[in-house]
Design a protein around this ligand. Structure first.
Ligand code: SF4
Length: 412
């Protein structure tokens, strides 16, 4: 099924343009390789992801970096510029959550439009403009607006995200409220929430993020809640007209594709238990696990890597990348873990600039793990939006600080 066919909201009077022309894609593949690929990382992967030189070992997870959805989105964005060399090209928000990738697109004069709300920038779109929809998708009212303006649309929404949309539309059709496990201000969750309203806009949704949210909702389902307090807590995370007394009667769970699997499963279990306690059966509860394969593989690969004793874990990726954040959460339960944007964050043997998930800010930590002559085992992984060249630089940087040059690493 084509992307457009999967999402009726994207019907446009303008014929869709195919940017995947063989001549274009050949050139795109070469450009993407130059910008983001790494032969060193490929070699390392082929050899089991482990390299030891002297007293320093670097381990790579078995699965990390670009997923198929991200690769496709980047290819289509690059192809758009080739197919429309003279047109203005816009992007709804960011193509993916990685600053390096987004920088490359800006260099190609692909301009980001606000994704939080429809601003007057959208009113200025013309029929000659091209609008790229990112891998996360975009809310239906954004798609409608772009369609009204008559602009060309290049839709890079990942097929796994569309699967979630099909699920929540199905819930809406059946009069079931979607409980979406995700971040209410994440692009993908906003796009999914808009589909949970259904074709006629009468569906409802509630977005929850934490187990505390889940228990709060569960208590309400069991009849222990206060409506005003409920709406105070979730007012920004529900559909218009949401009434917990009505719209928690029949619920179906779906999740943002990049959530932590164990947490999503726990949320499903607790909500089902609440419905059973209220109804004495689970007939008013539905569930569909919508975590994507790429997210799952990267989480599983990290769990596997954590079986090996390591001194430090570096997780490379954009700070706003949801699937990368979950890798950090997994790692930091086991060992010193640093969430870095790129190799430049490792300032010296002791100073590391990294994102603190708990304080939601970039911070600087001082660690003696890399310093000294003692053997060190450093694990490296990366989220689905991180290009291999950034991982390569991180590998080089670790060895370089330990006194081992690039040539030695490449030769090894
Ligand atoms: S992380 Fe999953 S949902 Fe997101 S683009 Fe990649 S494959 Fe698609």
């Amino acid at each position: 099924m084509s992307d457009a066919a999967a999402d009726p909201a994207q019907k446009t009077k303008r014929p869709r343009v195919n940017v995947r022309r063989p001549d274009v894609m050949e050139r795109v593949a070469a450009e993407v390789a130059v910008h983001f690929h790494s032969s060193i990382v490929e070699k390392l992967k082929d050899r089991g992801g482990k390299i030891t030189i002297g007293n320093t070992t670097v381990l790579l997870a078995q699965q990390f970096g670009f997923c198929y959805g991200v690769e496709r989105a980047i290819d289509l964005a690059y192809a758009s510029r080739r197919v429309f060399p003279e047109n203005r090209i816009f992007l709804i928000g960011e193509i993916i959550h990685n600053p390096e990738v987004n920088r490359q697109l800006r260099e190609m004069n692909i301009v980001s439009l606000p994704w939080q709300e429809l601003t007057e920038d959208y009113d200025d779109l013309t029929e000659d403009d091209v609008v790229i929809v990112p891998a996360f998708g975009a809310p239906t009212h954004f798609m409608k607006k772009v369609e009204e303006r008559g602009s060309y649309v290049v839709d890079t929404t990942c097929g796994d995200v569309m699967k979630v949309w099909r699920r929540v539309r199905g819930y809406a059709k059946d009069g079931v409220t979607s409980i979406i496990h995700g971040k209410s201000n994440h692009e993908e969750t906003r796009a999914t929430a808009s589909r949970a309203l259904g074709e006629d806009g009468t569906g409802h949704y509630l977005v929850i993020l934490t187990l505390a949210d889940t228990d709060y909702v569960g208590n309400y389902i069991k009849g222990h809640g206060n409506k005003a307090d409920f709406m105070k807590r979730f007012g920004n995370c529900v559909s218009d007209g949401f009434d917990p007394d009505i719209h928690l009667q029949r619920i179906g769970v779906a999740n943002q594709t990049t959530m932590l699997k164990s947490e999503t499963q726990e949320i499903q279990t607790r909500l089902l238990a609440a419905v059973i306690e209220r109804d004495h059966n689970g007939a008013n509860f539905q569930v569909f696990d919508t975590i994507c394969g790429a997210t799952q593989e990267r989480q599983d690969a990290l769990f596997e890597m954590l079986r090996v004793k390591m001194d430090m874990l570096l997780v490379v990726g954009g700070y706003n990348s949801s699937n990368t954040q979950h890798l950090v959460e997994i790692g930091e339960k086991e060992l010193p873990t640093f969430f870095i944007r790129d190799a430049s964050c490792i300032r010296s043997l002791e100073e590391i600039v990294h994102f603190d998930l708990h304080k939601h800010e970039e911070t600087t930590s001082y660690s003696r793990i890399l310093a000294g002559d003692a053997p060190a085992v450093i694990g490296i992984t990366a989220g689905a939006s991180c290009p291999n060249n950034l991982i390569e630089e991180t590998v080089f940087k670790v060895f370089e600080l330990r006194g081992i040059g690039r040539e030695a690493v490449a030769g090894a």
